[in-house]
Design a binder for this molecule. Sequence first.
Ligand code: 13P
Length: 260
Amino acid sequence: MARQILIAGNWKMNKGAADGAQLIKDIKAQIGCGCCCGGKSPEVLVCPPFTTLSAVLAEAKGSCLQVGAQNIHWAEQGAFTGEISGAMLKECGVTHVIIGHSERRQYFGETDATVNQRLKAALKNGLTAVVCVGETLAERMAGTTNAVVERQLRGALADISADGMKQVVIAYEPVWAIGTGQVASDEQAQEVHAFIRGLFKTMFSCPSVADNTRILYGGSMNATNAGGLLAQPDIDGGLIGGASLKPADFAAIIKTATKA
Ligand code: 13P
C-alpha cells in the first residue's frame, strides 16, 4: 500500500483566532479546489494554537484541510493547570495532535516517558498523533543521531501495538534544522528516515508497521527544498513551521507534494 503524503503545518505560538481564520482563507484561495482532494493528492493538516482551533475548524469546514492541536495531556480531567485533555480536543473537533516537539522537550521538560503518556491519551481518544523525534547539533556531531532517535522512538512507542501504530505518524525533525534555515540535505534526511523504518522492522513483528507508518521530515522545509526531500523513498511528507504561516509558500509545498 503506497503511503499517502502528509503536509502538516505547525503554527507554533502564532496566529490568534482572527488571523488564523484569515490564514485558512488565504491557504484555501492559494491551493484552489482539488489540489489536496482525492487521487494521488497529499493529505493536508494545520495545527494552530489551542485558542485558535475553533475559528480554524469553522473556516476549514467543507475543505480538504484537517486540523490538529499541538499538545495533549494524558489525564481525562483534573488538577493540571494549563493543560488540555484528549476529551476536550475531541469535543473541539480536531483529528490530530502533535506530541513531543523538540521545543516542548527543550523548554517545557517533555521526556520520552511523558511523550509516551500523551501518545496513549491521543490513541485512546481516537486522535492521530504526530510524534516528533530528532537529534541536536551536538548529538549529530558526536555521531549519536541514530542512537538518540532510537531512544526517543522506543520511549515514545512503549506498549503501542501494531494496531495503535495505524494512528501514529512520525516526524523526524533534526533540532539544528528547526527555524534555522539550515535544512538537512536530502541524503541526511533519507538516511535517518530509512533507519527509522528499519527500526520499526525490529520493534514490531507485523511488517505493515514499517511499510505503512508515515515518516515526515521537519526543519526549514520550504517551497524550494520540498521537492528534493519529498522525492526520497522514505520521506512521506513534511512538518512545516515558518513556511506554513505563508499561504503562497505552504500552497507551493502542497503542489510540490501533489507531483511527488
Ligand atoms: P521550521 O519549518 O520553521 O524550521 O519549523 C519546523 C518545525 O519545528 C515544525 O514542527
